[in-house]
Design a protein around this ligand. Structure first.
Ligand code: FE2
Ligand code: FE2
Length: 307
């Protein structure tokens, strides 16, 4: 697989796709709203003690502004829009992301934080707010994976978020989705189309503690299937640092499946720590080009990395 540098290579891509992730938006005052108990209370402590001020609504708005300006064909968000799956967090995320459009231009998969509280999952909170980006206007189908045929590229949205044991952030693709994803990729390949698969949880190893607490339970099966089937590009979130790797499958043709985590989009407001980030991919005939955008606190905006 050829990774091109769009800043120095002049060509006309068939499709440009923006990738944002792990926004963790939190409206002021939400901590004191009702409904926080058990799992949410643990999360609230984590949020206040560890994450306070790390993720910024202003940086999220700056990312959305830039993506709109870039006139991409589609935007993919790989989960963790919220922290505690509170209604007020979903409302804020919905308002911040509104300029990106609906079903035709935007697809969002849930992260473990969007399924944080069992009561919110059972009530279908994420699906109520963002189902229309997955299943169209009525947002009712509820079937996974979600497949959007974009002509030369097929988008495959996968749900890995689940209700894990308390203090765990595990994810699962599951046998049913694995089978269906394989079928979609095989069919697309047969038609000469590229496939872009995206999910919240990462496929790489993040270290002992992170794997113990927040791994994709069927990571090996998922990675093997995606590589064997020959997915063109796999996008994920969950790891707030960016990560890239190439998986090579049994067919051994081409240069493999490129797997990219863009990192968290909403960090770095103060200029300290990691700057917020998002990527824009160009995909054409199996080739993937990556533009890496970073938040520049001094200019209060995102700029592309020169490479
Ligand atoms: Fe996250
Ligand atoms: Fe996550």
């Amino acid at each position: 697989m050829k990774v091109m540098n769009p800043t120095s290579t002049c060509y006309y891509p068939s499709m440009r796709i923006a990738h944002l992730s792990d926004l963790h938006l939190f409206p002021e005052g939400a901590l004191w709203t009702s409904g926080m108990f058990n799992r949410r209370l643990l999360g609230a402590f984590n949020l206040v003690l560890v994450r306070n001020g790390v993720h910024s609504i202003d940086v999220a708005r700056a990312a959305v502004r830039e993506v709109v300006e870039q006139k991409v064909d589609h935007t993919v968000i790989t989960g963790d829009l919220t922290n505690l799956a509170l209604e007020s967090e979903f409302r804020l995320a919905s308002e911040v992301l509104a300029p990106l459009g609906g079903y035709e231009r935007l697809t969002i998969v849930p992260g473990n934080h969007d399924y944080y509280a069992p009561v919110a999952v059972h009530a279908g909170a994420f699906e109520r707010w963002f189902g229309p980006t997955l299943w169209g206007k009525d947002g009712k189908s509820g079937e996974w994976p979600v497949v959007k045929d974009q002509g030369d590229i097929v988008l495959v949205a996968v749900r890995t978020a689940m209700i894990p044991p308390v203090t765990r952030a595990w994810g699962l693709v599951g046998k049913d989705q694995l089978l269906k994803i394989r079928r979609v990729i095989d069919e697309a390949r047969g038609q000469g189309k590229d496939t872009l698969v995206f999910m919240h949880h990462n496929l790489h190893h993040r270290g002992f503690v992170q794997e113990k607490l927040g791994r994709l339970v069927d990571k090996s099966e998922a990675a093997e299937m995606l590589a064997d089937a020959g997915a063109t590009l796999v996008l994920h979130g969950h790891d707030h640092r960016e990560h890239e790797m190439v998986l090579t499958g049994e067919r051994g043709e081409g240069a493999g499946t490129l797997v990219v985590g863009c990192g968290s989009t909403t960090t770095g407001l103060s200029g300290r720590g990691r700057p917020g980030r998002f990527n824009i991919y160009t995909i054409e005939d199996g080739n993937v080009g990556i533009e890496r955008w970073r938040y520049l606190a001094s200019q209060k905006r995102f700029l592309p990395l020169a490479e």
